[in-house]
Design a protein around this ligand. Sequence first.
Ligand code: HEM
Length: 88
Amino acid sequence: VGGRLQTVTPTELVKHNKIDDAWIAIRGTVYNITRYMNFHPGGVPELMKGVGIDATKLFDDVHAWVNYQSILQKCVVGRLERTITADM
Ligand code: HEM
């Protein structure tokens, strides 16, 4: 259904860990970054480090100032389902 947001489980997220099927979670939002891949100023290998996982910390470690919400606004898949863990 067009425009409908999914709730994405970590198990589903990790299935999209390939260069041509790349999802990433940042601060609870899941993005499909497949089409962004070749535009990443930091290069494909760097971006691939965060694919299929919650990459919030990786992202913030290198460029917390980057406005990914704006860049990826058309790429939102949905919200990441997660449980409460001690590292939150
Ligand atoms: C630049 C890594 C995800 C946007 C960079 C650079 C690195 C990097 C190392 C610096 C490149 C350089 O200075 O030569 C990563 C890693 C990511 C990630 C490890 C995932 C875990 C993203 C995402 C976006 C993004 C999701 C946007 C949607 C940018 C932008 C720059 C950049 C705009 C240039 C920043 C600047 O020059 O101020 N990235 N990146 N990155 N990345 Fe990422």
